[in-house]
Design a binder for this molecule. Structure first.
Ligand code: AMP
Ligand code: GLY
Length: 425
């Protein structure tokens, strides 16, 4: 089949690498893609948010299947418009993408379906939110309801900060995303990312990972989109995974279908592993970035066929995904100044040297100039290695990082630290 992949980050580079190898893929296009994706797909100069141009391209090029990487086009209705043309698409409808697009929507769904998550209230006005704060202990979590590029979550350590966060959100600090806020109980535990495919009815586990959200070593500094990840996350044992499928994923799929918005695509569940068991922090309606890179590094099989089965109601007839044993770990190389003010245009050399010995360098924010690769985004490269242990995958990834010449970039030096410490015990 002819496949169109939407997106331009490291997640999409990893997806394009697996899709291009899939026996069921005849021809792969990517819109807009990036210099790494160019090795696996024909690039199309259409932005991932240009829905009309995507629809025209799909019709003009006999596209059989569309795989959507990022959330924004899904929240904006790309999935619905493709389905109206009878083109299968991996990614939910706009209604179902509310699972990521509205935190209040997801919390209400959890309450109805009895899914374990933090206690909460939704507040549509500043006065209601300030009043509601009195019923929460400190620390308390304050969230903008809508998409806020990963920045709409404030963990307030005292009441003054909590009130200031509420004031900020209702005065437009997060634009329309903060027109409503969710106030949540603070949960403690270790975090893990869990993925499951869904075809509207059937669900299939698709593995786990652990991200590193803070910009600095030792989990310090501001939050980012993710500075590195490894997969699987052994802290999410087989027993806990089964519990997550039973108490979180299956009830979500059933509730979405019952509410007339069957979910098609991947559930990305951000989990807190608390003393009372796994609880949902939030859902995303897409693969994690950089979690996808480590999942794809371990994936073995026909990814195009599996995602197509999920997109056509046939997941019950598909084989469970097969993953290589051991672990994959990815280190994000970011531009100096990330996340606040990433420096653009820095030249990067020696990527090919770093890829010797089975390491893969996924492009996340790069452009090709006449004869070099330059940084264009905050997160620039994802240096990804396999290993029999997280410790080995980490050593191999950093050995490759050290071969890359990117003077205007930086990375964390401790990706995987929790598991490396456990492996040392
Ligand atoms: P999000 O942007 O929703 O992924 O949230 C960012 C981070 O905030 C999460 O990865 C958690 O570390 C933290 N967080 C969100 N909600 C809670 C909560 N209810 N309790 C504790 N931490 C939370
Ligand atoms: N790495 C976290 C995310 O993709 O939201």
């Amino acid at each position: 089949m002819n496949i169109l992949l939407i997106g331009s980050g490291g997640r999409e580079h990893a997806l394009s690498w697996q899709l291009a190898q899939s026996p069921s893929c005849t021809k792969l296009y990517a819109a807009p893609g990036n210099p790494g994706i160019e090795s696996h797909a024909e690039l199309v100069a259409i932005g991932s948010d240009d829905i009309d141009a995507i629809l025209s391209f799909v019709q003009a090029h006999s596209i059989d299947f569309v795989v959507v990487g990022p959330e924004a086009p899904l929240v904006a209705g790309l999935g619905d418009k493709l389905r109206a043309l009878a083109v299968p698409v991996f990614g939910p409808s706009a209604a179902a993408a509310q699972l990521e697009g509205s935190k209040g929507f997801t919390k209400d769904l959890c309450a109805r379906a009895n899914i374990p998550t933090a206690g909460y209230v939704r507040c549509a006005s500043k006065d209601a939110a300030l009043a509601a704060l009195a019923n929460f202990t400190i620390p308390v979590v304050i969230k903008a309801d809508g998409l806020a590029a990963g920045k709409g979550v404030i963990i307030a350590e005292n009441r003054d900060d909590a009130e200031a966060a509420v004031e900020d959100m209702f005065s437009g600090a997060f634009g329309g995303a903060g027109a409503e806020v969710v106030i949540e109980e603070f949960m403690t535990g270790e975090e893990a990312s869990f993925f499951a495919l869904c075809d509207g009815t059937n669900v299939m586990p698709f593995g786990s990972a652990q991200d590193h959200k803070r910009v600095g070593d030792g989990d310090t500094g501001p939050n980012t989109g993710g500075m590195g990840a490894y997969s699987p996350a052994p802290v999410l044992t087989a027993e806990l995974e089964a519990e997550v499928m039973d108490k979180i994923i299956r009830p979500t799929a059933a509730a979405m279908a019952a509410d007339g918005m069957p979910y098609v695509g991947v559930f990305f569940a951000g989990l807190m592993l608390t003393d009372q068991g796994p609880k949902l922090i939030e859902y995303n309606c897409r693969f994690g970035d950089p979690e996808c890179q480590v999942l794809m590094m371990r994936y073995r099989g026909d990814l195009a066929a599996l995602l197509f089965a999920a997109s056509t109601g046939k997941l019950d007839q598909a084989e469970a995904p097969h993953f290589a044993g051991g672990y994959a770990l990815t280190v994000v190389m970011a531009a100096n100044g990330y996340p606040a003010t990433p420096e653009k245009g820095g030249v990067i050399r020696n990527i090919a040297d770093a890829e010797s010995g089975g390491v893969r360098v996924f492009h996340a924010g790069t452009a090709r100039t006449d004869n070099s690769i330059v940084a264009t985004g905050g997160r620039v490269l994802n240096v990804t290695a396999n290993g029999v242990s997280v410790t080995e995958a980490q050593a191999r990834a950093y050995a490759a990082v050290d071969k890359i010449d990117f003077p205007t970039g930086f990375c964390r030096r401790d990706i995987g630290w929790r598991e490396v410490a456990r492996e040392a015990e």
